[in-house]
Design a binder for this molecule. Structure first.
Ligand code: 5GP
Length: 213
């Protein structure tokens, strides 16, 4: 029996520090069927980045051609560089029954909603408290005090959109949150419209009943 299915586009969004990256990393480690979407960008490659892994690095004319030909599911200009999600790679992966995780902001999510709502399941991660969010940002020790304050102000704005996501998780415990995201993904995979051979399977069950006479 072949229960072929279409892949899921799983979007995880959160204010910076709420735990999105840790949850995504754990999810990839536990589930080989889901992979991070690789965006295209016109920004220069950093020395520690691998072309095709972190991004597909392209030039501006290539980006403009892709955009104008409708080859992008969503795109944004950030700090003077273009970033985008190409349609073809996503479509190929979904068609082969593999899932894709999108780590994109609210604007990107809105564009994906317009182009592929039926393939998407979206999750918004909240921190358990602002004290904990601040502590996580400080533990990362990547940012200056000013940057942490800026990230907290941004977090306030990002939280405005929590109600536009399908699922909301308060990330108190990493392992528990990972299990919850895995449950969301497991039920999304069973969605009726994702199971591409159901019609034939049900007809076959019915015809077996018919032959019983
Ligand atoms: P960075 O240059 O530091 O890798 O990324 C800069 C910003 O671009 C980040 O906020 C990141 O979320 C955003 N970004 C990366 N890829 C995409 C994409 O495919 N689409 C959109 N809309 N934003 C992206």
């Amino acid at each position: 029996m072949d229960f072929a299915r279409r892949g899921v586009m799983l979007v995880i969004a959160s204010p910076s520090g709420a735990g999105k990256s840790s949850i995504s990393r754990a999810l990839f480690a536990q589930d080989p069927n889901i992979r991070l979407s690789v965006s295209v960008t016109t920004r220069a490659r950093r020395t520690d980045e691998i072309d095709g892994t972190h991004y597909d690095f392209i030039d501006v004319p290539t980006f403009e051609k892709m955009r104008d030909n409708g080859e992008l599911l969503e795109w944004a200009e950030v700090h003077g560089n273009y970033y985008a999600t190409p349609r073809a790679k996503v479509e190929d992966r979904l068609a082969s029954g593999k899932d894709i995780l999108f780590d994109i902001d609210y604007q990107g999510t809105l564009q994906l909603y317009e182009n592929c709502r039926d393939d998407m399941v979206t999750v918004f991660i909240l921190p358990p408290s602002i004290a904990e969010l601040r502590a996580r940002l400080e533990r990362r020790a990547q940012d200056s005090v000013g940057t942490i304050e800026k990230r907290l102000r941004n977090a306030r704005k990002e939280m405005d959109h929590y109600a536009e996501y399908d699922f909301v998780l308060v990330n108190e415990d990493l392992e528990d949150s990972v299990q919850k995201v895995r449950s969301i993904l497991a039920s999304a995979r069973l969605g009726r419209t994702r199971q591409t051979r159901l019609d034939g399977f049900v007809r076959d069950l019915q015809s077996q009943i018919d032959t019983l006479g």
